[in-house]
Design a protein around this ligand. Structure first.
Ligand code: NOJ
Ligand code: CA
Length: 696
């Protein structure tokens, strides 16, 4: 990462911090550089709390801070302020890949050191930061006398909301991890929710809660404790401890993204800014791109992961995908079901998985050679079924094998329900973990680092939400961690609703890239087996738009080669669309209704636009002022046909082109459950005269 410049901004910083001391009360406030967002720390009768306001309006009322630790006095009371410090930063750093190349980190910081002046009392440091796109805080329990083994039994952090805000949420502590359809209810109707959780605090006030830099800690869910108050609820170890640490502990940042519009949340870089710079010095081997693979055929029941007559991962079948990838410029071919262990009930038999032994009908060496000859590489697959100790015991050998074979990315998977992750403890006894507890946080980290050592990228399914760690470990490129496309293949009427992606954009996607796997053209799954009650709740054009709307550096085109061959005109968009961007402009959107996003390809002039709708048809007027002034563009439009409808006529689309420039306004018509994708191909640097512009 390259910090371009750093200004201490001492004078400005002075103006941004207000300190008010009363006899028993201390109040310290830090304000964002634009002066809009403020987070204030207060210590009243020894009890620490914080509040948050935006444009002078209180959003988070006084909320508790602190912990309970095993064997110590609670770290929630009896404090005095030992010292406080302020800091400011304003720099620009560059992402090796991402939705934008340059990220500005402009914030003011307040660090408060608290101390309990009683026998056995402890020290605790709370750091607050205010950015223009939100506020955040984190705790540190530093190394100190009398503190050796730390066991957190309660994180007392509260978020006392100023109202019963409409909330888009999925439940936490449930069987299916984070793979749920979002609910939209007042916050009072939630129980315990995953983050990012997004709320509307007013006509022009959107708030999203999450965390940043989740390292060696347990994941935070938010529990509704009544009176519009949410409380940190950490995923426990099997013995009930929440976090175990030696000597000292530093929590992830508790983040509160703030914006006037839903689009403002999409453009927020708060979470990335709160993570540390890359620990991988040379990131040139981390290459965004697109892949196809032996995957959808198992989900639509046309092939099996396990061995036998319908085995998908055969040498012959994979060669077919390699040929297709090479012909259409895809860099990767994912193969699932290649390794021994899938036969029988694989979810229960996770300990049977081998990560180095292919099934006999999958000639891994020959396929690697065949792929390399054609400029393609295999995308590896490690499904663990939550048998994590089995996986860890083979991890080095498994990744060495992939490195030897020139595999550049591995998809990992942790299909297991509730607190069912299997870990062998020091005594060889099986313990059951949550996918979101501290043990698993350490595990995902271990895999990312082991893969980085071998120049391998990781895409994790059923893993833990991203917390901006892709900045620090940019080889951990993408995750699933929400309901993806797969649910449309086999969950019948419980499939994702047409509004799903218009909710994901403003919730799950705020945490980082998603391996959603768009690109189904056979919307009614006619090529599947026994899929009568299954379908993708989308038009074909919407599937194209998802490549722009839902960001991922590795994007799959998940349908079959023969299906794409029948629609090569529409497929052209998937061939063209980049997966690495210079700029992103969240143009418009209403949570759960529609989204319009534009992105400029990295290192190029072209722009791409994706617009999606829920079950409603809509017509949007979209000004193209994001285009470079003075440049004319050919707008290659992939739109819903006039009679398209996700239920009645999903594959009716039109591909057409028109000339536009930055002064144009395009009319984007979306069918019910529809979408539109546009590539703006820069033609030349000569401004079009008004009469040549056909789409004003
Ligand atoms: C669930 C993953 O999300 C999916 O992509 C994968 O195909 C299956 N597990 C099998 O590993
Ligand atoms: Ca999944």
């Amino acid at each position: 990462m390259k910090p371009r410049y750093l200004l201490p901004l001492a004078l400005f910083a002075l103006a941004s911090f207000a300190i008010a001391k009363e006899s028993a009360t201390t109040q310290l406030t830090v304000t964002s550089p634009d002066g809009k967002n403020a987070i204030a720390f207060a210590l009243e009768a020894g009890v620490p709390s914080y509040t948050v306001s935006r444009s002078g309006e209180t959003l988070i009322k006084p909320s508790r801070l602190g912990f309970e630790l095993k064997g110590h006095k609670p770290l929630t009371e009896g404090f005095v302020v030992a010292s406080s410090e302020t800091n400011s930063a304003n720099s620009v750093w560059e992402q090796p890949w991402g939705e934008v190349r340059e990220v500005r980190d402009n914030h003011n910081e307040l660090q408060v050191t608290l101390h309990q002046p009683c026998e056995g009392g402890l020290k605790m440091v709370v750091t607050f930061r205010a950015y223009d796109d939100g506020v955040a805080f984190r705790y540190e329990i530093p190394q100190q006398e009398g503190l050796d083994d730390i066991v957190i039994t309660n994180e007392a952090t509260e978020f006392a909301l100023a109202g019963d805000w409409p909330t888009w949420w999925i439940p936490a502590f449930e069987d299916n991890r984070d793979e749920y359809v979002y609910s939209h209810t007042p916050v009072s109707e939630t129980k315990v929710v995953h983050t990012p959780v997004t709320m509307q605090a007013g006509p022009r006030a959107f708030v999203s809660f999450h965390e940043a830099a989740l390292v060696d800690y347990s994941c935070m869910a938010l529990r509704n404790v009544g009176d519009n108050k949410l409380k940190a609820d950490l995923y426990p170890w099997p013995d009930g401890d929440l976090v175990k640490a030696k000597g000292s502990v530093r929590t992830p940042w508790r983040t509160i993204q703030l914006a006037d519009t839903p689009s403002g949340l999409v453009e927020s870089t708060l979470i990335l800014n709160l993570n540390e710079p890359s620990k991988i010095a040379d990131t040139s081997w981390i290459e965004p791109g697109k892949y196809v693979g032996v995957w959808w055929e198992m989900h639509v029941n046309r092939a099996t992961w396990g061995s036998g007559e319908r085995h998908g991962a055969t040498t012959e079948n994979v060669k077919r995908y390699i040929d297709f990838a090479a012909k259409h410029g895809f860099k990767g071919v994912l193969v699932e079901g290649w390794n021994k262990g899938w036969d029988g009930d694989w979810i229960q038999n996770g300990n049977e998985f081998s990560y180095t032994e292919p099934y006999p009908d999958f000639d891994i060496k020959e396929l690697t050679r065949y792929a390399a000859e054609r400029g393609v590489s295999l995308v590896g697959h490690h499904e663990t079924a939550g048998a994590v100790s089995n996986y860890e015991s083979q991890l080095d050998g498994a990744l060495d094998l992939y490195q030897d074979l020139g595999v550049k990315a591995v998809k990992t998977g942790y299909v297991m329900f509730g607190q069912g992750i299997r870990r062998l403890d020091e005594e060889g006894k099986e313990q059951k973990e949550w996918s979101y507890g501290q043990f698993m946080v350490r595990h995902y980290q271990k895999v990312a680092e082991a893969a980085a050592k071998r120049k391998i990228m990781v895409v994790a399914h059923e893993a833990i939400k991203d917390t901006g760690l892709r900045r620090t470990w940019p080889n951990f490129v993408s995750r699933e961690c929400a309901r993806g496309q797969e649910y449309n293949a086999w969950s019948g009427d419980s499939r994702n609703p047409p509004e799903h992606e218009s909710v994901l954009t403003y919730t799950r996607m705020l945490s980082g890239p998603m391996d959603f796997t768009p690109g189904v053209f056979d919307i009614t799954l006619s090529t599947g087996i026994d899929r009568q009650n299954d379908r993708v709740p989308s038009t074909l054009a919407k599937q194209l738009a998802l490549y722009v709307v839902l960001y991922a550096p590795l994007q799959m085109a998940c349908d079959f080669p023969e299906v794409y061959e029948q629609h090569l005109d529409a497929f052209q968009f998937i061939r063209d669309v980049p997966t690495d961007w210079e700029k992103t402009v969240a143009l418009d959107g209403v949570i759960g209704d529609y989204v319009v996003t534009a992105r400029q390809e990295r290192g190029g002039k072209d722009w791409y636009l994706g617009a999606i709708s829920d079950e409603e048809a809509r017509t949007l007027e979209v000004p193209l002022s994001f285009l470079e002034p003075g440049v004319s563009y050919e707008a290659q439009v992939y739109r819903d046909a006039d009679d398209a409808d996700w239920m009645k006529n999903p594959t009716a689309y039109v591909v057409e082109s028109t000339k536009v420039d930055a002064d144009s306004v395009v009319t984007v018509r979306l069918a019910p459950g529809g979408g539109q994708a546009i590539r703006f191909k820069a033609i030349d640097a000569v401004r079009l005269s008004a009469d040549e512009t056909t789409a004003k």
